[in-house]
Design a protein around this ligand. Structure first.
Ligand SMILES: [Ca+2]
Length: 392
């Protein structure tokens, strides 16, 4: 809605005025000299942006006159962040226009017809608390439509429950919090705060973005972002000699039966020393998943192993069985193996369950089971095979 012309007759804007009733055609904005203008009508005000260059003629006034149509008589006005005196505003009831003198240059003018004079705050800091301690803060920036706050939290990696401590009542549907690619929600009111139904997986020192869509905020409606019940990822253990124990059921990674998200690649590629002559690579940590069918010959306790390579600092995966989360495998940290499997020694056999500091063994019935591994927290991980081994 910007123009170089100094007299605007915009039907579309008149319709946007809403509360004004029927306005067949109105001159919404006019200026004593040309410039670039935009006007936006909101529930209690019109917000005008204008850029008018100084004509540079000596002896001419140091300001120009701007007239703006309003649905109701003007009650207050801001020039940028300065509240203007009432006598600076001239209201023409017949034309429904307010006229005021403005300095040259680029400015934003709020022309209000309802409520008390108000501007959105410029900035606010929202503390982040993790396990009872300060863990950084978000910097909130405001517009009339709401608030967007961003920053880094000093915590993780791990999973945590998130609580938003609110200042007064906040519509849960107006709030969103994202960390990495994950968006939490829907938010639920609890004890005057908002809580997310599911724990959030966070990388180390995650970037957070908190958004509240609400008209005319005068301060942040969120007082603090609190991370509670923080659980670090479960670790895995490298198997000495990278040798599978006896009785293992080996399933080639490349024999996955279903997948979702970004496509993992199968093949030898430039990889070396793969079992069965192929592996899975470009398996991304963006929520992509792979599934394998495993036919278990006997009911009992089994342990999960995997042959992996990771050229990053490490990687994270979530393991599910038969569509259910597996205790201790909701977030598993895999180590760096020194490369992506392009050289000898970069494939490691790791054990995920059944030893002291690992997740407990899987209790499985005999017959068909479906194993799903999901990539989380951004990092790639290459798989050569997965295996079940009788627990001992
Ligand atoms: Ca393989």
């Amino acid at each position: 809605m910007k123009t170089r012309h100094h007299r605007l007759a915009l039907l579309a804007c008149a319709a946007a005025a809403g509360a004004a009733g029927s306005v067949a055609a109105a001159t919404l904005l006019s200026s004593s000299i040309p410039g670039a203008f935009g006007v936006r009508y909101l529930p209690d005000r019109a917000v005008v942006t204008c850029t008018v260059e100084d004509p540079g003629e000596r002896g001419v006034a140091e300001s120009f006159r701007l007239s703006v149509w309003l649905p109701q008589p003007v009650r207050w006005a801001y020039l940028d962040r300065e509240l203007l005196d009432e006598d600076a505003l001239s209201w023409d009831a017949d034309a429904g226009q307010v006229t005021l003198a403005l300095p040259f240059g680029g400015h934003r003018v709020h022309l209000g017809w309802a409520g008390e004079p108000s501007l959105p705050p410029e900035r606010a800091a929202i503390p982040i608390v993790a396990a009872g301690r300060g863990a950084g803060s978000l910097t909130a920036r405001f517009s009339l439509d709401g608030m967007e706050a961003t920053g880094e939290a000093r915590l993780g990696p791990g999973t945590a429950h998130v609580r938003l401590v609110t200042a007064g009542e906040v519509d849960p549907g107006a709030v969103s919090l994202t960390s990495g690619g994950a968006t939490l929600g829907p938010w639920q009111p609890r004890d005057g705060d908002l809580v997310a139904p599911e724990p959030l997986m966070v990388a180390e020192n995650p970037s957070l973005a908190l958004q509240v869509r609400s008209y005319g905020l005068s301060a942040s409606p969120i007082e603090r972002v609190v991370f509670e019940d923080i659980e670090p990822p479960t670790v895995v253990r490298r198997v000495p000699g990278d040798e599978l124990p006896e009785g293992a059921l080996l399933v080639e990674a490349e024999d996955f039966v279903d997948s979702g998200g970004s496509a993992a690649l199968i093949g030898e590629g430039t990889h070396v020393d793969t079992h069965g002559g192929a592996c899975i690579y470009t398996f991304m940590g963006d929520g992509s998943w792979l599934e394998w069918d495993i036919d278990v010959p006997a009911a009992g306790a089994w342990d999960l192993y995997a042959r992996i390579s990771c050229g990053d600092v490490g990687s994270y995966r979530q393991v599910a069985l038969d569509g259910m989360a597996v205790e201790g495998l909701g977030l598993v940290a895999f180590p760096a193996t020194g490369g992506w499997g392009h050289a000898e020694g970069e494939w490691w056999l790791v054990r995920l369950t059944g030893a002291d500091d690992l997740a407990p063994p899987l209790e499985l019935t005999a017959g068909a089971h479906r194993l799903r591994i999901t990539g989380v927290l951004d990092k790639h991980l290459n798989f050569d095979y997965v295996a079940l081994v009788p627990h001992r």
